[in-house]
Design a protein around this ligand. Structure first.
Ligand SMILES: [Mg+2]
Length: 351
């Protein structure tokens, strides 16, 4: 029997580790990475001297707010029969994230009313997400996310907030796939809606829906390729899906090539600053490598958005194979490890 707890924790920890591995080289060209870290590029988690931990970036910070918003929304719907995952759950959670990054309160009601105070059903989890001071540090938050949230308007698929297809929408939705795994169509839809809060271009949110669906299918016991194919079928039902589909098909195609691998291939998939490229690079690296370390090393050593491609690849592998697939020495080094395990547990218990 597959241990769901293993997969839930694996998805969150794996993503955080990929993010932390890529964060120091996010804005470096490949040649510069080699110059600084040697011929293999960056291969080990960089320890922050002050914290004595490998630090996460905005990708994981926002992912944790997604997870917290899901739990909040679920408990509210269950106990009071009101609200929704996207509108009153995760959107409100992102307003709290916005507060951590800017100090600006968009909606005082939701900031003061801590979800775990009102709806908590388990005293095992005493803390609110806002008690974690690491989440208040600015780790290069994305301008699309900040600008969209500062407007006080919630972007939707029907009313796009902008025309952004940056990877800020996709890099934070993995917990949705994990939590809503029993219904992959719903995981797709909610993943897309949640990305559309801040990213209005169809590729910006459809790539996110695709990732959430792929992750849901892992939890359901499907292989990486089966999960991708299942997500592709659902993706095809959405209008303006072509760009995301093309990028994914390219990744699957390149992964079949026995001869070529590594940076030369990743480069052909793009740099990952935009959603479909980030998804394609992560999927390619997950398909191409048999162990967690090699996959993440390939996913972060390139010219582009290394922490986001690392985070998404880590989410994928963690959800597909579980926590035990991740080297323990890396888990021990990562910041907020206990909080991620707690969130993984809670998501697992409620789903
Ligand atoms: Mg980042």
């Amino acid at each position: 029997m597959r241990d769901k707890k293993e997969l839930f924790a694996g998805c969150l920890l794996g993503g955080a580790i990929g993010d932390a591995l890529g964060y120091p080289v996010e804005f470096m060209k490949y040649s510069k990475i080699l110059e600084e870290f040697g011929a293999e590029g960056i291969t080990e988690l960089k320890i922050n001297q002050e914290k004595n931990k490998a630090i996460i970036s905005d990708d994981t910070q926002m992912t944790l707010f997604t997870a917290d918003g899901l739990i909040w929304a679920y408990e509210r719907m269950r106990d009071r029969g009101i609200g929704s995952y996207t509108g009153s759950g995760i959107y409100q959670s992102y307003l709290r994230w916005y507060y951590t990054q800017t100090g600006v309160v968009i909606d005082e009601f939701w900031l003061k009313k801590q979800p775990h105070e009102e709806f908590r059903d388990d005293s095992k989890y005493p803390k609110s997400i806002l008690d974690h001071k690491e989440l208040f540090e600015r780790r290069t938050p994305g301008p699309s996310c900040l600008n969209a949230l500062s407007s006080g308007e919630m972007g939707t698929i029907e009313r796009p907030i902008n025309n952004s297809k940056g990877c800020g929408g996709i890099m934070r939705v993995a917990p949705i796939g994990v939590f809503l795994h029993k219904n992959p169509e719903e995981a797709f839809q909610v993943g897309a809606e949640v990305a559309a809060i801040t990213h209005g271009h169809p590729t910006g949110y459809l790539a996110a829906g695709t990732l959430a669906c792929i992750i849901a299918e892992f939890i359901n016991g499907r292989t990486i390729l089966e999960s991708i194919n299942s997500a592709i079928e659902i993706l095809k039902g959405y209008s303006r899906h072509e760009e995301t589909l093309k990028a994914l098909e390219k990744a699957i195609d390149y992964a079949k090539d026995e001869e070529k691998t590594g940076y030369e291939v990743v480069k052909k998939l793009g740099q990952g600053w935009v959603a479909e490229e980030a998804l394609a690079i992560a999927v390619y690296c997950a398909l191409k490598n048999k162990d967690f370390k090699s996959a993440l090393i390939m996913a972060v050593n390139h010219d582009g958005d290394s922490d986001s491609t690392g985070a998404i690849c880590g989410n994928i592998l963690g959800a597909a194979y579980g926590r035990r697939f991740i080297p323990e020495e890396w888990i021990d080094k990562i910041e907020l490890k206990e909080f991620m395990e707690e969130l993984g547990d809670r998501l697992c218990n409620l789903s």
